[in-house]
Design a protein around this ligand. Sequence first.
Ligand code: AHM
Ligand code: MG
Length: 312
Amino acid sequence: MVSATPRPPTRSTLNWHLRTRAKAPDALRHLLVDISRAGRDIRYAIQTSEGGLSGGSNQFGEKQLKLDVLADQLMEHYLRESGSVACFCSEEHDDIVEIDPKAPYSVVFDPLDGSSLVDVNFAIGSIFGIYKGSEIIGRTPREQVAAGYILYGPRTIFVYSTGDGVHAFLLSDIGEFILLQEHLGIGDTAKNFSPGNLSAIHDNPGYKRALDHWLEAMTLRYSGCMVADIHHILSKGQGIFSNVGGAKYPQGKLRLIFECGPFAYLIEQAGGASSDGKVSLLDTTITACGQRTPIVVGSKKEVETVVKLLGK
Ligand code: AHM
Ligand code: MG
């Protein structure tokens, strides 16, 4: 006889979590599961495909690796297959790519963040954010209905939020993401600092003041991959990450749409803070695909301290 009450699954899968805990609408749940599948395939590509340059450059004039292109194609494949994506904006495309204007969501993503670290076998990642509707320009990252990342380290971890906390999943040996930790939280004070675009201290006295303050009592944790460096903060429950302007990158190196926006959403969901030096990154209006922004994210009190030192 078939039981009337559905039994919980034997493993807490991502799909189960999205359905029963996050109570995500079906289309959003399917889309997030599809993005996790892209992550699983990108993981396989990192482990098995040849290295080297693709011969092309992205919208920022950066030389693309074959893996950058492959990761981008895998993500695009799953987004198209989902049937739920109106358009997407990727670090590897010059402009927004339209899929189906009538579909419910728009997706922003960096398919392979920190890909220059692949040769040295450091951790790298994919980042994504999801907006309702078919517009991305003119929105603010606060309007994301979900954001997350996949970290390809010794273990592969999928982290997401749909606005009710931040949750982490581990890729199992049979290719399923299984719940690792719910409701990751960030304390108000930081012990670790992660300073990007550090050469800016020579042109930006505020950043030099922040560095001197960190060196007094804190410990450096910086890998050069934003996904790994921010995952460090989320998994240790404290820390600060920054990438602010100097002569080479007046607005810092990182992009609002597919790098800083999704992380600002995740960090604030976990109880931390984000700032572009003036306001929360969640309230910065997106004006162009390639828009760069200064970023300070992590433990609340430390973000406040650094913003004051930057602005002095
Ligand atoms: P990418 O998207 O081209 O890989 O560049 C982004 C990466 C971030 O992951 C990281 O925080 C930053 O570049 C590192 O830059 P730097 O080496 O200047 O600190
Ligand atoms: Mg990137």
